[in-house]
Design a protein around this ligand. Structure first.
Ligand code: GLN
Length: 308
């Protein structure tokens, strides 16, 4: 699609988002995110060989939260390979992102790497053989390399805010440890996990950082093509928790959301798209972000399932 036509579509999507009355509810269980104004929206599309196109507040930094789980998964698969799957499953959970129910039923083996329990195990795997500081630096470096941009940082205040209030994550980590599926003390693994969630990026940076998952010619190659395909499969089936089926139905592309209101979506072979709108729907995924992505695939035909 030509840049000018796509820019018109993005402007139209941003106008529709700003005009929508129901903007969802900002995540308030993380005190530092509770004060973010819900009437904000941004979208960015990155394609190799094209300028990055944006609409709305695309250079405003937001907390990527669980979108970071895609990058740690890629990093963990790179260092540990398929051994990771001995500790984490690959099935949708049908439960909230911080649910404990299945973890108990399945003896401490999380359903997938994108729910909190699975992401905590993945971070624990990245920690193997290194100090927390080094592991965190490796995660941040991976994100910076993917985005080809060193100006990406961690918001310490958001990380501290989660350390102080993340009781469910501590419960999950202790439960994992009781099943010997956490190799480090919970506060150590969670220290890294909370900091990776507190990485801040703009929509334009996040869209760039997703390019390696498009497998487009000219996109950075950070993991093998086989792994790109499988990470996309997990994003499609598990990237939106118990709203994953709904996202596949509405948008038809692999995506990963975070409670900061960001969503990274991959149109394989075509583009990497980031949206941000801090109000969430009942699944904890960006409400306006999901609606915007639905409009985008309706108007571009980029869904992997075919025509609009
Ligand atoms: N840091 C958040 C948490 O662990 C991430 C959750 C999310 O973005 N869904 O609760």
């Amino acid at each position: 699609m030509e840049d000018a036509a796509l820019q018109r579509i993005l402007d139209q999507i941003a106008d529709a988002a700003f005009a929508t009355a129901d903007k969802g509810r900002v995540a308030d269980y993380i005190p530092d995110l509770a004060g973010v104004a819900p009437d904000q929206f941004a979208i960015a599309v990155a394609r190799p060989g094209h300028p990055t196109l944006t609409a709305g507040r695309a250079s405003h930094r937001f907390s990527i939260q669980s979108v970071s789980k895609v990058f740690t998964l890629a990093l963990a698969l790179g260092t540990l390979g398929d051994r990771l799957w001995n500790r984490v499953g690959r099935e949708p959970s049908g439960q909230a992102f911080d649910s404990m129910i299945l973890l108990e039923q399945e003896q401490g083996r999380p359903r997938n790497p994108f729910i909190n329990a699975g992401a905590i195990v993945t971070t624990d795997a990245v920690l193997e053989g290194s100090e927390p500081r080094e592991a965190l630096a490796a995660i941040l470096r991976f994100v910076q390399a993917a985005a080809n941009d060193d100006d990406i940082h961690i918001n310490e205040s958001v990380a501290r805010s989660e350390i102080a209030t993340g009781h469910r994550n501590f419960a999950l980590a202790h439960y994992l440890r009781s099943h010997d599926n956490l190799r480090h003390p919970p506060d150590l693994t969670l220290g890294v996990y909370f900091h990776q969630c507190a990485i801040e990026m703009t929509c334009a940076q996040l869209a760039h950082a997703g390019l390696f998952l498009t497998a487009c010619e000219g996109a950075p190659r950070l993991v093998s093509p086989g792994r790109v395909r499988r990470i996309n499969a997990l994003m499609m089936t598990c990237g939106h928790y118990d709203g994953s089926g709904d996202y596949a139905y509405r948008v038809g592309l692999p995506g990963k959301s975070g409670v900061g209101g960001g969503i990274l979506t991959i149109a394989p072979g075509v583009a990497s798209i980031a949206v941000w709108a801090p109000g969430l729907n009942r699944y904890g995924n960006s409400k306006l972000g999901t609606e915007a992505m639905q409009r985008l695939t309706d108007l571009t035909g980029w869904s992997v399932f075919g025509a609009p």
